[in-house]
Design a protein around this ligand. Structure first.
Ligand SMILES: N[C@@H](CCC(=O)N[C@@H](CS)C(=O)NCC(=O)O)C(=O)O
Length: 209
């Protein structure tokens, strides 16, 4: 039986994070398919961004807040560690993902291919070319981390893995990021590890944005 409602598009990396958190916790959900800035989303989120979320009388926006609520409010495996040290490391990488990796890799770079907004639909070269020099430093951070640890921040799967995974899923779909992915064996091994989880399989987005 569904217990929560997720509002957003299945292609969105952040909507997928919330869906994966539900699967990992064993929380049932209804997905109400809605685009950013649609009335369903604006009824909850003043930003118009997806995901939006409802559980009973609670309405939330912002992926980190929604995922934190799902982890705290429902039984099941703890996705944000209880131990303060491990929790801080998890928070650190979630913050890195949402404030740096997502902004550079997706909002500044991939969008130039996926949603170029050009008259003929061709890639937005100015946007892409401005972002390309910023890609390698992000890949370096991730490859270094996954050389040291099998999961994002340590030896066990956490919410940090969930926040990063849907974003990395898009990287092979554009040439410059695909080449960097190819040159990052530990990042790829992590990606394959998370891809095999039931939560990743159940939430796979449509093939092409
Ligand atoms: N800080 C927000 C970001 C959400 C976000 O950027 N969602 C994208 C889809 S993946 C969106 O709604 N974009 C539309 C827009 O920026 O106007 C969160 O963590 O939930």
């Amino acid at each position: 039986m569904s217990t929560v409602t997720i509002i957003g598009a299945p292609m969105s990396n952040f909507v997928r994070c919330v869906r994966m958190a539900c699967h990992e916790k064993g929380v049932g959900y209804d997905l109400v398919v809605a685009r950013p800035h649609s009335p369903e989303v604006l009824a909850i989120s003043p930003t118009g961004k997806i995901p939006a979320f409802r559980h009973g009388a609670l309405a939330l926006f912002e992926t980190r807040a929604i995922c934190g609520y799902i982890d705290a409010a429902f039984p099941g495996p703890k996705l944000i560690p209880a131990d303060p040290t491990q929790a801080a490391i998890c928070e650190q990488w979630m913050s890195y993902t949402t404030t740096t990796a997502d902004i550079i890799l997706l909002r500044q770079y991939l969008i130039g291919y996926f949603f170029p907004g050009t008259p003929d639909g061709a890639p937005d070269r100015a946007r892409i070319d401005a972002a390309v020099p910023k890609l390698a430093p992000v890949f370096k951070v991730l490859e270094t981390e996954f050389t040291a640890h099998p999961y994002f921040g340590g030896d066990v799967f956490t919410m940090a893995d969930i926040l990063l995974f849907p974003l990395v899923n898009f990287l092979p779909r554009a040439p410059e990021s695909a080449a960097l992915m190819e040159a990052s064996p530990h990042l790829r091994a992590w990606f394959d590890r998370i891809s095999a989880r039931a939560s990743a399989i159940a939430t796979a987005p449509p093939p092409r944005p």
